[in-house]
Ligand binder design. Sequence first.
Ligand code: BJW
Ligand code: ZN
Length: 289
Amino acid sequence: MATPPTIIPAFQATLGSSSHILAIAGAGLSAASGIPTFRGHGGMWRKYDAMSLATPEGFHENPSLVWQFYHYRRETALKARFNAAHAAIASFSLPWIRHTLAPGSTFTLITQNVDGLSARALETAEASMTIPESSTEDQPRILEMHGRLFDVLCSSGSCQHVEYNATSPICEGLDGTEEMVSGGTLDPDIPVESLPRCSKCGSLARPGVVWFGEMPQHLDTIDQLVKRADLCIVIGTSSTVYPAAGYARKIKRNGGKVAVFNLERSEGDEAADYLFLGPCEDTLPRALG
Ligand code: BJW
Ligand code: ZN
């Protein structure tokens, strides 16, 4: 396939004439923050079995393995800092900044990432500026469609209590086991009594992330936003996991434009009008700046 253009002024002209902009992000957005991706070089699914660690069946089979993996991911995310790409998106989320490039436009970031770094970048951007009184918006700035590492969910069907818990370590039974995981070994034998428990009913808790075969979050809102979007910015995702992988093509079919920011060629290129190859922490701040 021919390479779509990589011309920042042409992309910015499209930004300038867009009314409803969506960004769809994946693990590549957080790569520069030291969070491993899933499928590429050094990807987690090359080292660990996705079906054992990221499915409800895997959790049912061996919650010890799954909790260790997610404890390691929580500890890594807690130590990480958001990078220049998160910061560029966060600034662009603020209407009074975005409207200098894309007057009158709306914007939402739909992220598949569960590390919370985009939300942290947005909080920082919002806190660093005085918000003009006229800046009320009726649509969310971020939707974390695959959940959040720091949400802890009761696994009992009759309770379903969810709470935000960023404690480190989340429980004594997992303390220090992150060292084993980073070395590539998982301990299948931590007793369930020593794993995180629901603070309401005492049942075994699970990570509040969306596993294969589960329904992603905010789908109704996302479907509405995808229907009306006229520009889709695809950032650091292999575009292989659905439904997220289908959004750019839907927007393109509705007459919208697509810009892809990725280290390398990906499935998302199929729909691309613009393709910015390279680390998004370099390309995105230039394109949105
Ligand atoms: C850089 C970079 C840098 C690196 N700068 N770029 C056939 C057809 C359609 C669907 C299915 C199907 N068969 C099965 C399904 C369903 C399944 C699915 O899509 N499977 C595929 C594998 C085929 N999907 C589901 O089960 C989903 N639910 C669902 O479909 O419900 C039913 C339904 C929904 C809607 C309508 C109707 C019905 C749920 C999917 C849940 C995915 N869960 C995970 C784990 C989350 C928790 C956790 O984090 O542990 O989500 S799996 C993993 O993959 C994680 C990610 O969010 C997701 C996507 O990965 P991502 O982000 O794209 O990462 P990578 O590693 O793949 O790519 C990184 C990219 O970055 C690369 O391209 C690099 O080049 C690039 N990069 N550094 C720029 N510095
Ligand atoms: Zn409970």
